[in-house]
Design a protein around this ligand. Structure first.
Ligand code: SAJ
Length: 427
């Protein structure tokens, strides 16, 4: 099947790079976002998302003359849905963006079109939620138009490269739909394209992120056990990972972002009795910020009125994304227990956590601090020279929740370095 014009619905972390990449590969693309501000910002030549290389890619897409942005979808050969699928407070999937995007397509859907859902979704969303809405057009999914699920699998921070290079899974409501999906994505995907059915493709995506969440939960539980038995979890994991069939991930303050902490709940909601381990892993990771707050409290011998510099706020290193960040939960928890918390994140210096104060730079954050807590291992924070920290800080307590600061260096600078999942420093 040949594609000349496509509509990409949702111009966020996935939709904007995808729309721009299709445009720079010669397709005529209408990027659609219901948010007027997003459309205005893009028309203004700006980009509302921070991702390495994205600004240049979007500019190239506009300069090619192939990218238009609009609040409304237009008739096209294919429609790609890349809208958010967050969870509600009760951990159920919030599918209203998918529903709304599908409803917006109905009036412009034509015989022979392809519709692809990329948003991470509960099993059977494509067949049981999306198809019935699209069939309000009077056309039948798989017969009159092609319908696929093809999950985005790109890592924030590496999106542009992974979009093109990663293997792609495309699941159709019938084989002809999957093949139509392949014809679309092979416009720019250089990784292998694997065809399957729509529900399998939905499960693949959920299984990938659930696997990672479970592995991190295990690492976090190992950190708690190591704490209990005075073992250095970092050394123990490094040694265990020498086994050819073991690859334990890293403990930390918890799991953040809009994917790994969210997607496993879609399986729990869909089949609670069959997803008990998955639920438990989520609960372990969600409890990890509190465990870290208690670690800092122990290190300081109480938090009340203590001045704490909390370094890093984003959900992981080298990104500016604050969504569901466990670092924010830890900083907030410290403040709730009475500490005076100053936060600093080099990627988002204006941001802070509830009850905390933002410092514009590292020196301001550390000045007068009784304890320094590393929450996110951005390279600037990882490389913090303990002698410099000693010159600015008031106290000599440091807490490394990422396992990246060298104990010997910090001790040499006069600090007591406490590390997550490691015995407390001597003395
Ligand atoms: N984390 C740890 N320990 C680790 C690894 C990660 O505590 O060893 C934490 C991070 O600090 C962060 C969270 O987990 O808070 C998630 O970060 P991440 O880098 O593992 O993943 P995301 O959310 O940025 O991207 C994931 C990726 N999925 C997998 O690696 C299986 C990505 O490929 C997906 O496309 C993305 O989710 C998504 O959009 O679903």
């Amino acid at each position: 099947m040949e594609f000349h014009k496509i509509c990409v619905l949702g111009l966020g972390y996935i939709g904007l790079p995808t729309a721009s990449t299709f445009a720079t590969h010669g397709l005529s693309v209408v990027g659609v976002d219901v948010n007027r501000r997003v459309v205005d910002v893009l028309r203004d030549g700006q980009v509302h998302i921070q991702e390495p290389g994205l600004r240049d890619l979007v500019q190239a897409a506009f300069q090619s003359g192939n990218l238009l942005v609009s609040q409304e979808p237009q008739p096209a050969d294919a429609f790609v849905l890349a809208v958010p699928t967050p969870i509600l407070a009760d951990k159920r999937a919030d599918m209203h963006f998918v529903t709304a995007a599908a409803e917006a397509i109905v009036p412009v859907l034509r015989r022979g079109n392809l519709v692809v859902l990329e948003s991470t979704s509960p099993p059977r969303t494509t067949t049981d939620l999306l198809a019935p809405i699209l069939e309000r057009s009077g056309l039948r999914a798989g017969e009159d138009f092609y319908l696929c699920y093809s999950p985005e699998r790109v890592l924030p921070g590496q999106i542009l490269r992974e979009l093109v290079e990663n293997a792609r899974v495309i699941g159709g409501v019938n084989p002809a739909s999957a093949e139509a999906g392949r014809d679309l994505y092979q416009v720019f995907v250089r990784g292998e394209i694997h065809l399957t059915d729509a529900t399998t493709a939905e499960m693949v995506k959920l299984m990938e992120n659930t696997f990672r969440d479970g592995n991190i939960a295990l690492a976090n539980e190992f950190a708690r056990l190591a704490d209990r038995f005075d073992v250095d979890v970092w050394q123990a994991i490094a040694l265990a990972n020498l086994h050819p069939r073991v690859n334990i991930l890293r403990p930390g303050p918890g799991v953040g972002g809009h994917c790994i902490g969210v997607d496993p709940w879609f399986l729990v909601e869909a089949a609670p009795q069959s997803a008990q381990l998955i639920r438990q892993a989520r609960q372990v990771n969600d409890a990890q910020p509190e465990f870290c707050v208690e670690l800092v409290e122990r290190a300081l011998g109480g938090l009340s009125d203590k001045t704490v510099a909390a370094l890093g706020l984003t959900y992981k290193p080298e990104v500016d994304d604050l969504r569901e960040s466990p670092a924010i939960a830890v900083a907030q928890g410290l403040a709730q227990r009475g500490a005076r918390v100053t936060t600093f994140d080099p990627f988002v210096p204006q941001a802070t956590a509830p009850g905390c104060t933002a410092a514009p730079d590292l020196q301001t954050a550390l000045t007068g601090a009784e304890a320094i807590v590393l929450l996110v291992d951005h390279s600037q924070l990882r490389q913090l020279d303990p002698r410099q920290a000693a010159a600015w800080a008031k106290g000599r307590v440091a807490v490394d929740l990422r396992g990246v600061w060298r104990a010997a260096d910090w001790q040499a600078a006069g600090f007591q370095l406490h590390r997550l999942g490691a015995p407390p420093p001597a003395g």
